[in-house]
Design a protein around this ligand. Structure first.
Ligand code: ATP
Ligand code: MG
Length: 411
């Protein structure tokens, strides 16, 4: 990620921090490696991630470690280890690189960044809806609200899913000839995952499969209804997609994805849901959890098409210094300026050079103004200021105090 790309990232990251702050979420910082076992137990043995995407290696003790392919497992591991799940509720977020050995293409990388948000200890539909509100607010602040849409589904409880699973298996058994190799294998191990297939040849057989919605019990239906009522009430649009199963094993009840049509087959920008079962699965007491993960590269790809983002300049003011006295006095003055204007980005020319070559560098820096000191100016107790963006504006001589006043007016 080269320096010309980072301002847009920083812009997005700042908005993300602010929005999460506005909902009272706290940051947690997690390690990049975890024991391989953790991911196998949480994500599930029969998932794309665990079957073929993890970067796994033995360390010097012979322990199997894995570069984290996602953050949910590590976050829960940390919270269990430090007793954060005992009679408490938490609203957490983390941000950083994840690793999956996939075929790199636009929107799909082997190292990619995710924003992850996890909540613990809350069972109601209100927290599920809060997560969706956060994401919706993020889209608005980031300026891409009209490029993404929300898809919503309920996966039911484990019991409800078991019953559904049986009907699903029975259905696919009758259509074995239409299943691809992956799906034939999943029929034995994790048949729901077949619904998540990206193989166009299987579209038809999946479309005619039994509908999970028909297998949900009253409690699950009420939970789901409560979410849609909140969303309706607050004017947040959604589509119900009963084929949405997500690539991970640990979900229950609510699942959602935010998708876009602008990134080809890498269309999911954000995905999440409720995963009540996972805490117990990882050795904790039964508890509640819901969260989501947002793919930053896909988000940034959507933002790159916007033309109304005002990114911060890397340099506001460039200081030109020619001569020994000017170098000394200029450096001193630059520190005074930084004391006066903590937010100002002032770059001081280093490494000497003629006025002409320093002006070139000043121009290239992107700065708005140059402050110019030659030994002459120093002798007269003056500095010069010149606009680098407006040729009509004459270079002006003034005292250091006046220069500070000038910058104050400009800011
Ligand atoms: P996909 O179906 O695109 O492979 P996934 O279901 O594997 O996505 P999740 O594990 O739910 O993805 O991760 C959440 C988000 O992280 C995705 O919606 C996507 O935006 C992003 N993401 C996942 N894998 C990658 C990757 N290899 N490169 C870039 N972003 C990714
Ligand atoms: Mg994937």
């Amino acid at each position: 990620m080269l320096p010309e790309q980072t301002p847009l990232w920083q812009y997005a990251e700042q908005i993300i921090r602010d929005v999460l702050g506005a909902y009272g979420y706290s940051e947690i910082r997690l390690p990049i490696v975890e024991k391989t076992e953790l991911f196998k137990r949480s994500i599930g043995e029969v998932t794309d991630i665990v079957e073929k995407e993890m970067y796994t290696f033995d360390d010097r003790n012979g322990d199997s470690l894995t570069l984290r392919p996602e953050g949910t497992a590590g976050c829960l591991r940390a919270c269990l280890e430090h007793g954060l799940l005992h009679n408490q509720v938490h609203r957490l977020w983390y941000y950083g690189p994840m690793y999956r050995h996939e075929r790199p293409q636009k929107g799909r990388y082997r190292q990619f960044f995710q924003l992850g948000v996890e909540t613990y200890g809350m069972s109601g539909p209100d927290i599920d809806a809060e997560l969706i509100l956060i994401i919706d607010r993020l889209w608005k602040k980031l300026g891409i609200r009209d490029k993404v849409r929300l898809q919503l589904n309920s996966l039911g409880t484990i019991t409800e899913r078991m019953v559904y699973r049986e009907s699903l298996v029975a259905y696919f058994q009758e259509h074995l000839d239409q299943l691809d190799e992956d799906s034939l294998r999943r029929l034995e191990t994790n048949p729901l995952r077949i619904l998540d297939t990206k193989n166009p040849a299987m579209k038809q057989v999946v479309a005619n499969a039994p509908d999970l919605m028909d297998y949900l019990g009253d409690e699950t239906r009420q939970h789901f209804k409560a979410i849609t009522t909140i969303l309706d009430d607050l004017g947040i649009g959604y589509e119900i997609n009963s084929r949405l199963v997500r690539g991970l094993d640990y979900y229950s009840k609510t699942v959602f994805e935010w998708v876009t049509d602008e990134l080809g087959s890498q269309g999911t920008v954000c995905a999440g849901g409720r995963y009540d079962g996972l805490i117990e699965q990882l050795g904790g007491k039964p508890n509640h959890a819901a969260g989501f993960a947002m793919g930053m590269e896909r988000l940034l790809a959507l933002m790159e098409t916007l033309d109304n983002i005002q990114l911060a300049r890397p340099v506001d003011v460039y200081m030109i210094r020619v001569g020994e006295k000017a170098e000394q006095e200029g450096l001193r003055f630059s520190e005074t300026i930084r004391n006066e204007f903590p937010g100002l980005k002032l770059q001081v020319n280093c490494g000497g050079g003629s006025f002409k070559s320093q002006f070139k560098k000043a121009d290239k820096s992107g700065a708005e103004f140059a402050i110019i000191l030659g030994d002459d100016e120093v002798d007269r107790g003056q500095v010069s200021i010149k606009s680098l963006r407006n040729n009509e504006q004459e270079q002006q001589d003034m005292s250091q105090q006046q220069a500070i006043k000038f910058l104050q007016d400009y800011l």
